[in-house]
Design a protein around this ligand. Sequence first.
Ligand SMILES: Cc1cc2nc3c(=O)[nH]c(=O)nc-3n(C[C@H](O)[C@H](O)[C@H](O)COP(=O)(O)OP(=O)(O)OC[C@H]3O[C@@H](n4cnc5c(N)ncnc54)[C@H](O)[C@@H]3O)c2cc1C
Length: 426
Amino acid sequence: MHQNQFDMIIIGGGAAGMMAALAAAEQGAHVMLLERNAALGRKLAITGKVRCTLTNACTPDEVLQNIPRGNRFLHSAMSRFSPEDAMAFFSGLGVPLKTERGNRVFPQSDRALDVVSALRNALYANGVSLVQARATALLQQDGQITGVQTEQGERFFCRAVILASGGLSYPRTGSTGDGYRMAEAVGHTIVPPRPSLIPLETKDDFCSRMQGLALKNVGLRVINAQGKQIYQDFGELLFTHFGVSGPIVLSASAHMDALETESYTLVLDLKPALDEKTLDARLVRELNTHVNRAFHNILPSLLPRLLVPVMIERCGIPGETKGNCITKAQRQTLLHLLKSFELSVKRPRPIAEAIVTSGGVELSEINPSTMESKRISGLYFAGEVLNADAYTGGFNLQIAWATGRAAGLHAALASSQRSEFDESSN
Ligand SMILES: Cc1cc2nc3c(=O)[nH]c(=O)nc-3n(C[C@H](O)[C@H](O)[C@H](O)COP(=O)(O)OP(=O)(O)OC[C@H]3O[C@@H](n4cnc5c(N)ncnc54)[C@H](O)[C@@H]3O)c2cc1C
């Protein structure tokens, strides 16, 4: 085979691209993996706070329940490469795993880099050619893929291309939306990308005054513009200079379908372990114990220091008020704020800060069993470039593994059939 000629070219050496390359190479395909960065898997290396939640130990159906956008399309790929398969796969590559809270699966070493290294070593072992270059265009003739052109103008030829170039989030890891442009140029529709699993900016300036404060146990409810509760969670929240972040905020954002246009309210329960009656009894006890203490000196026994001035301002009880002078109505106001501290969402942070991109290549234009384009023969898709995204918990990487696997296997099969056909027609 000519040095610029391959059975298959995979664009993007991230989670989906590496999985696709391995699946294809294991079938005997002559595979080239094109990655713009000097290192493979830059994003993978920072996943799960550099520990990598590489999948979720649950059934394929449970994975699909955690995929708000694209789950029907993913049914076939997910049942053929389930979390159990992913766990067996990585254990087989020499990455021992462990399962933690919420069925999150991590490498036992707690090092995402070990996952990257295992994949990279397997690519070498399976003879995948790694080329560092930025793909800029898909080459095609009469609706059949023929190759890829790079930024330097170099052309590589092949029977199949798998586009696994990721989305638009964390662009410094290499995902800058090139895949959308290349897919669009050959006739695919791109559902406008928008951020998901994203920190939220708030209208109020309270948050910036509490920046750096992490609340470990807080209840969160999300109310939409119609006053309907659309999400509820419990866990860790972080106040920042722009608003709020932290695991429960990121998860909540994935449920807010119209973040750019609709107004949402976040309602925090700062004392989730106490119901109103118990909390009221606790307030009465505090006030009765500290009859001569000023309100601003009583609150620190109930709240973190940074929350105290904000709470005083919001509840309207002057800070100097003595414990025994606080009225029942004032106590009720405080109680209400502790159980229902409201924040108005202004907008999401920019997509560059999103954990995952929602939107991407329109799924109805792709065969869900094979990941092949219905428009261009020999063009396949895998990973975040697709219009599918999931909640937190290892589900987004599970999408990358399952779609990468499906695309790699089917592209290898199709390219070997095409090669037999080419040989018999010569
Ligand atoms: C901070 C952070 C933490 C996360 N943690 C988790 C987690 O713990 N668990 C989980 O399930 N998900 C997590 N995710 C989401 C998960 O990382 C992504 O969904 C997943 O990496 C998508 O894989 P991908 O291969 O489709 O895209 P990417 O991993 O983005 O890979 C795409 C690759 O394509 C390359 N590329 C792009 N354009 C070109 C081009 N023109 N030519 C050549 N190469 C190109 C890029 O350089 C990149 O290497 C996290 C995301 C972030 C940002």
